[in-house]
Design a protein around this ligand. Structure first.
Ligand SMILES: NC(=O)C1=CN([C@@H]2O[C@H](COP(=O)(O)OP(=O)(O)OC[C@H]3O[C@@H](n4cnc5c(N)ncnc54)[C@H](O)[C@@H]3O)[C@@H](O)[C@H]2O)[C@H](O)CC1
Ligand SMILES: [K+]
Length: 482
């Protein structure tokens, strides 16, 4: 049984909401599908719906309303006060149920739970805890779970049996249902139950496109305050060009990296250092481009950083490319961009090719009628890496799945935008998995580009994108669940 993780579910729901099928619609769909299953299985009878104070409880309130509409005799026990219910769809649906004169008994403590209700019903709907549960059931949920299990009534659990931890699939004390009605996909640990999976209307686009859900679970600097601090990114670039590595480095800072070091040839290094006091710049040995003598220095720098972004503004001196070829295998987490994207390079980690660079690497010209997602997925699978293909729209793939980026605009076809993107990828990759970093970076980069375009139209520059990154992060990073 292919289960969906809690984080995947939250991402799908957030992207669904972003694409217009809102949390409230998902809850209505979930409740409706569950009620339809119950009506198909159980003739009209006395139903007790036990609701928690989260969205699982919200689902229960929808089921209660729809069963009353179908002529069932329904009573609701809310394990808490209405004032404790999660604001949003759950609270709305509980208020609707109360407004329809459905008896809703508030039980904030075990003693307030009407035990007789569990003996005087034919069917119990378990809507106490869903994917928001973790650990050991606290009171009054714990007593309610026991009363449900001791009851002779049939039991149907919504999404998962309350008390089952969907992160681990384990349960210490959980409801033993006759049926679990799982929403969208099974959760971990449901193998041992009778499960009916119902579709709750999550749009295909929530799976195939990036959205705010791709930011859920992304680790940031605040997650590492006491663990050696946030991400440390090394940018290896510069030579003929100095703007490119600067954009990458500043974008990484704007995306939450803690330390960003730029290793560049001497002349470029002094110019880059003059752009911003924020940058830690490490001049290398040669005046104009990176050479093999730099490898020992680069090796030491690589060891001192979580991730490396290499290629921006590098130039294509044969000796430079030979040096890059030698250092790439030394990088555990690497974002390979621009001039470093050569067919004979030991590519791995994340690559960020534009359309021409992808053609150079894959021999594939992706035209408007090509299925870019499939081509990029095939290339990523063949080479065992994550590709962030900078087409319009961009496509991200790890070889198994692919996502089309949902943000960005034509104004971003401006010098430096790709370097900004590489910096965002590098900052996220310091502390997150490659595919997640690339999807999140594509989304944030395009969102920052959209804000810059909104502000300056085709007069936007890559530096305008830089300034918008923190605003894009603030706008879309769902710090708290809905
Ligand atoms: N998100 C959506 O749009 C939809 C979600 N669906 C349903 O919602 C749940 C997930 O909802 P969530 O609010 O995240 O959490 P829960 O309702 O599962 O539980 C949160 C609730 O439980 C309390 N809690 C957490 N741990 C414990 C514990 N150890 N003991 C006691 N109580 C605990 C916590 O305080 C909260 O009050 C998902 O499963 C679906 O059923 C919709 O189906 C679709 C839309
Ligand atoms: K449940």
């Amino acid at each position: 049984m292919r289960y969906v993780t809690v984080e995947e579910m939250r991402a799908l729901e957030a992207n669904s909401d972003y694409f217009g099928v809102t949390y409230g619609m998902l809850m209505e769909n979930a409740g409706r599908k569950a009620a339809e299953s119950i009506i198909a299985l159980y003739k009209k009878c006395r139903v007790l719906v036990v609701c928690g104070t989260g969205n699982n409880g919200g689902d229960g309130a929808v089921v209660a309303r729809l069963l009353v509409n179908a002529g069932y005799n329904v009573m609701v026990i809310l394990l808490g006060r209405v004032g404790q219910v999660k604001p949003g769809p759950a609270l709305v649906n509980l208020e609707i149920a109360r407004g329809m004169d459905i008896p809703v008994i508030e039980a904030a403590t075990p003693g307030q739970i009407p035990e007789e209700a569990f003996a005087e019903c034919d069917l119990i709907v378990d809507a106490i805890l869903g994917t928001g549960f973790h650990g050991i059931p606290r009171e009054p949920a714990r007593t309610a779970i026991r009363l449900i299990n001791e009851s002779k009534a049939h039991k149907v659990s919504l999404d998962l049996p309350s008390g089952l931890d969907a992160n681990t699939g384990e349960c210490v004390e959980c409801v033993c249902p006759d049926l679990v009605i799982a929403f969208h996909a099974p959760k971990k640990g449901l193998e041992r139950y009778r499960v009916e999976v119902v579709d709750i209307g999550i749009p295909e686009k929530a799976l195939t496109h990036t959205g705010p859900g791709d930011l859920i679970g992304l680790k940031t600097r605040s997650d590492f305050v006491e663990k050696g601090g946030g991400g440390r990114l090394l940018v290896i670039g510069g030579g003929p060009y100095t703007g490119a590595p600067t954009f990458t480095a500043l974008a990484a800072y704007r995306s939450g990296a803690e330390i960003v070091t730029v290793a560049a040839p001497r002349r470029a290094a002094s110019i880059i250092a003059s752009f911003s006091p924020d940058l830690i710049v490490r001049p290398l040995s040669h005046e104009d481009f990176i050479v093999r003598e730099d490898i020992p220095t680069l090796k030491k720098l690589i060891e001192r950083h979580h991730a490396v972004a290499v290629g921006m503004g590098l130039g294509r001196e044969p000796e430079t490319l030979a040096a890059v070829k030698e250092i790439l295998p030394l990088c555990e987490r690497v974002v390979i961009d621009a001039d470093a994207l050569q067919p004979d390079m030991p590519l791995h980690g994340i690559i960020t090719p534009n359309v021409h660079e992808f053609e150079r690497l894959s021999g594939e010209h992706l035209g408007p009628n090509d299925d870019a997602a499939e081509k990029v997925k095939a290339f990523s699978a063949k080479n065992g890496l994550v590709t962030l293909w900078k087409g319009s729209p961009a496509v991200v793939s790890d070889g198994n799945v692919a996502k089309v980026n949902s943000t960005g605009n034509a104004g971003m076809a401006v010098g430096g935008a790709g370097d900004v993107l590489a910096g965002i990828v590098g900052a996220f990759y310091c502390r997150n998995p490659a595919y997640k970093s690339a999807c999140a970076a594509a989304f944030i980069s395009g969102a920052a580009g959209d804000m810059a375009f909104e502000d300056k139209g085709y007069g936007m520059m890559a530096s305008d994108m830089l300034n918008m990154i923190p605003y894009a992060v603030k706008k879309y990073w769902p710090r708290k669940e809905k």
